[in-house]
Design a protein around this ligand. Structure first.
Ligand code: NAD
Ligand code: ZN
Length: 366
C-alpha cells in the first residue's frame, strides 16, 4: 500500500507491505542519488541488512553500511559525532543519501545527521520496529537525547521516502512489538474510536503476527500520522495531539534512565493511561472510557501503571519536575493532552499545578 504525506515540495511516499524491503532498490534508484550509506544497528544488521543491500545492488546501487550499537543510548551527541565524522571521512557529499535501517533510535539519529551534515542531505527511512513503522519514521522529527531530557537536541528534517516492511517485524521480540503497539493504540485514542474498537478485537492478531491485521494496523496508523503532520508540520497546533501520553511517559523514562527497564512504548502505555485517569479525575472523561483503555492495554500484557516498572520507585515531585522541564512548557504553563473519551483527545494549558500534584500523589501511592 502506498500513502503520500503531502507537504508541498517536501512531500513523500510511505510504502507499507510485505516484502517492501525487496522493492527498496527500485524505489531508491528513482531518487537518483550517486552514493548511498546505510545506517543501522548490530541487531538489525544481523537480520535485515543483507536483504536491503541485495535489493539495492540489484538496482545498480552500491552501498556502504555503518553499524552502530543497539539501544536508546545510541541516540546521543557522542554517537552523532562519531557518525558524522565517519561519513565525512568517507567523503559524503550533497548528492549522497543516508538510509536509516532500524528502529526509532537509528531513524532519529540518522535523520538528524542528514539534517546537519553539509547543512542538509537526503535520507530515507526503512523502519524495522512497529514503533518506527507507525510513528517515528513519518513526520520529520529527528534528534538525539541530552542528559537534560529526551529529544532536546534535534531538527525537523523530512525523509524522501519511507519503506515499511511489515514482514521485517517477524524478528522483533514480543516486548518491542508490544511497546510499539502502544503508539498504535494512541491513534485510536486521539480521534478514531472505530479504530480503537477494531483493536479491541484484533489487537492480539496484530501482536501475534497475523499479516492482514498487521498491515491494517500499520496502514491506519501511518495514515493518521500523515494526516496530522500534513495539517501542522511544525507542531504549532494539532500535531501536539500525537504527544498523548508522552508528557507523563517522558518523565517516567527520564527517571528510569532510558534503559531496558522501561521502553519508550511502555512508558507511553502508562502515560496514556495516566492522561485518561487524570481526565477522569478532572471530570472531563467518563470513567468507563478509561476502564476500556485499561482492559485493552492490560489484556495484551502492556503495563498500565507506574508501579509495574520493576525496581523503581517514582516520587511525585521528581516526575513533576521532569514534566515542567519538558519542552512542551510555554510561559510557565504546561501543555497537556487530555481526553473527553476514547477518540476525543484535546490540547489544553488550563491544568493547574495543585490538581496535577494531587493526581500524581494519588497515582503513585497506589
Ligand atoms: P529502537 O530503535 O531502539 O529499537 C528497539 C530494539 O529493537 C533495538 O534493540 C533494535 O536493535 C531492535 N530491532 C529493531 N528492529 C528489529 C527487528 N526487525 N528485529 C529484531 N530486532 C529489531 O527503538 P524503537 O522503539 O524503534 O524507537 C524508540 C525511539 O523512537 C525513542 O528514542 C523515541 O524517542 C523515538 N521516537 C521518535 C519519534 C519521532 O517522531 N521521531 C516518534 C516516536 C518515538
Ligand atoms: Zn512515542
Amino acid at each position: 500500500k502506498r500513502l503520500r504525506l503531502d507537504l508541498g515540495p517536501r512531500a513523500y511516499d510511505i510504502l507499507i507491505g510485505q516484502d517492501v524491503l525487496g522493492l527498496a532498490g527500485a524505489e531508491i534508484a528513482q531518487l537518483g542519488h550517486k552514493r548511498c550509506f546505510v545506517i543501522t544497528d548490530e541487531t538489525v544488521a544481523r537480520y535485515h541488512l543483507d536483504a536491503l543491500t541485495a535489493s539495492l545492488n540489484h538496482n545498480g546501487i552500491k552501498v556502504e553500511a555503518l553499524v552502530l550499537p543497539a539501544g536508546e543510548r545510541t541516540k546521543s551527541l557522542t554517537q552523532l559525532e562519531k557518525l558524522t565524522n565517519n561519513l565525512l571521512e568517507k567523503k559524503v557529499d550533497r548528492h549522497s543519501l543516508l538510509i536509516a535501517l532500524g528502529g526509532g533510535v537509528i531513524g532519529d539519529l540518522t535523520g538528524f545527521a542528514a539534517a546537519v551534515l553539509l547543512r542538509g542531505i537526503d535520507f530515507v527511512q526503512v523502519p524495522t520496529t512497529l514503533l518506527a513503522q507507525v510513528d517515528s519514521s513519518v513526520g520529520g522529527k529527528t534528534g538525539v537525547n541530552s542528559p537534560h531530557g529526551k529529544n532536546l537536541i534535534g531538527a525537523f528534517h523530512q525523509p524522501r521516502l519511507v519503506l515499511a516492511d511489515t514482514e521485517a517485524l517477524s524478528t522483533l521480540p514480543r516486548r518491542e512489538l508490544l511497546a510499539g503497539y502502544a503508539e498504535v493504540v494512541k491513534y485510536g485514542l486521539i480521534d478514531d474510536p472505530a479504530f480503537f474498537h477494531w483493536l479491541e478485537t484484533h489487537g492480539h492478531a496484530v501482536i501475534d503476527g497475523d499479516p492482514v491485521a498487521r498491515l491494517k494496523a500499520v496502514h491506519t496508523s501511518c495514515a493518521a500520522k500523515a494526516r496530522i503532520v500534513a495539517a501542522d508540520e511544525r507542531e504549532s497546533g494539532q500535531r501536539a495531539l500525537l504527544n498523548l501520553g508522552h508528557t507523563f511517559g517522558h518523565a517516567l523514562e527520564a527517571e528510569t534512565g532510558y534503559g531496558d527497564r522501561l521502553l519508550h512504548g511502555e512508558a507511553v502505555a502508562i502515560g496514556m493511561m495516566m492522561a485518561f485517569d487524570f481526565s477522569v479525575r478532572l471530570g472531563l472523561c467518563p470513567a468507563e472510557d478509561a476502564e476500556r483503555l485499561r482492559r485493552h492495554t492490560a489484556s495484551l500484557g502492556l503495563p498500565t501503571d507506574p508501579s509495574q516498572v520493576p525496581g523503581q520507585f517514582f516520587a511525585p515531585a521528581a516526575l513533576i519536575e521532569h514534566m515542567t522541564r519538558d519542552k512542551k512548557v510555554r510561559d510557565g504553563r504546561m501543555t497537556f493532552i487530555l481526553a473527553r473519551g476514547i477518540g476525543k483527545a484535546f490540547i489544553t494549558s488550563e491544568v493547574n499545578a495543585s490538581d496535577l500534584q494531587d493526581f500524581m500523589t494519588m497515582t503513585l501511592a497506589a
